[in-house]
Design a protein around this ligand. Structure first.
Ligand code: ADP
Ligand code: MG
Length: 317
């Protein structure tokens, strides 16, 4: 690369780690990290490929944000506290403007959540970004997909579907710079780390919505060996979404959109009211259905079965 691989790393990805558990960060052959003795290490990795996970003309700071956010969302969905990240970067050229903005977006999110970038790899190739995020959770407290039980109440956080509508707006040619709430939501969605932590020891199951609410709910149900019913009239539709789209489209975005980093979770019915109130100040949560013994996911409208067809995203479908 024109800038030189080592100059590039030194210039953009070598901010000193602000964490005392980083004994050795970027610069040696590998990082040395101090894992708390009483907790489990939680590890997640996700790859973003240009043209598939982000648009070629996406603002670089948003790409930096998203590549970390998608990983922190996985840690949030486990109830983990994030600590460290590794960045594997494949780039066609050392474009300094792009790198500067990418690093700014990545570090800004990292610093907000106390995450230290402790290493990575830099190669020339198509633009592909892989981040590995590491964090901790107390033994026995992790949120898993496999604990939902019949009778549990099903919740989703925040406003799923906004990011998918924002992406569609971009694809239709809206300028990425536009101060458009849906576009901003797509480019800079915030992982629900505080909510994930608050659900530890309380939710019977949880996962983040990355491939669409209905598809991901199907995965949660399959892992738990249960089914679920979703009350369509209870789906959260944000003002920003309903201002731009007719109700039927809003419903499609909410049920099939990913990229918002919302959490899908289940609470025991006896605790649901109290927990719902307790979570309120932290982030909006919406009761959208319940877990049932009969396998499969069923949508209901006004108490009647209401089939909807919104397949989840499958890279190899
Ligand atoms: P090695 O050849 O030993 O794998 P590299 O030259 O790939 O070492 O990397 C040198 C150092 O820079 C290592 O500590 C590595 O973790 C770090 N590093 C390389 N690329 C990145 C990156 N994109 N972001 C953060 N750290 C990086
Ligand atoms: Mg290397």
């Amino acid at each position: 690369m024109s800038l030189g691989e080592f100059d590039l790393i030194a210039r953009y990805f070598s901010r000193p780690a602000a964490r005392r558990d980083v004994l050795l960060g970027v610069g040696d052959d590998a990082a040395l990290l101090e894992v708390p003795a009483d907790r489990l290490l939680v590890a997640a990795t996700d790859t973003l490929v240009e043209g598939r996970h982000f648009l070629p003309d996406a603002p670089a700071d948003a790409v930096g944000h998203q590549s970390l956010a998608v990983n922190l969302s996985d840690l949030a969905a486990m109830g983990a506290e994030p600590a460290w990240a590794l960045l594997s970067l494949s780039l066609p050229a050392a474009d300094e403007g792009w790198l500067e903005a990418f690093a700014a977006g990545l570090y800004s999110l990292a610093e907000r959540h106390g995450v230290a970038l402790v290493g990575g790899d830099t190669v020339r190739g198509p633009r592909v970004i892989t981040i590995t995020a590491l964090g901790f959770v107390e033994r026995g407290q992790a949120l898993r997909r496999d604990g939902a039980r019949p009778g549990d109440v099903l919740f989703v956080s925040g406003w799923p579907g906004e990011a998918a509508a924002g992406l569609e707006a971009l694809r239709r040619g809206r300028e990425p710079e536009a101060e458009h709430p849906l576009v901003r939501r797509y480019l800079y969605a915030e992982p629900r780390l505080a909510l994930g932590r608050a659900l530890r020891g309380k939710a019977t199951a949880a996962m983040d919505v990355s491939d669409g609410l209905l598809g991901d709910l199907g995965k949660l149900c399959a892992a738990s060996g249960v089914g679920a019913s979703v009350e369509l009239e209870r789906l959260p539709v944000s003002d920003a979404l309903s201002r731009e789209h007719p109700l039927a489209d809003c419903e499609r975005f909410v049920l099939s959109g990913g990229d918002d980093y919302e959490l899908l979770f289940t609470l025991p019915a006896a605790d649901a009211d109290a927990l719902e109130s307790a979570l309120g100040p932290l982030c909006a949560v919406h009761r959208i259905g319940r877990i049932e013994a009969l396998a499969g996911v069923r949508c209901m409208r006004d108490g009647q079965p209401a089939p909807v067809a919104v397949p989840g995203y499958d890279h190899f479908a």
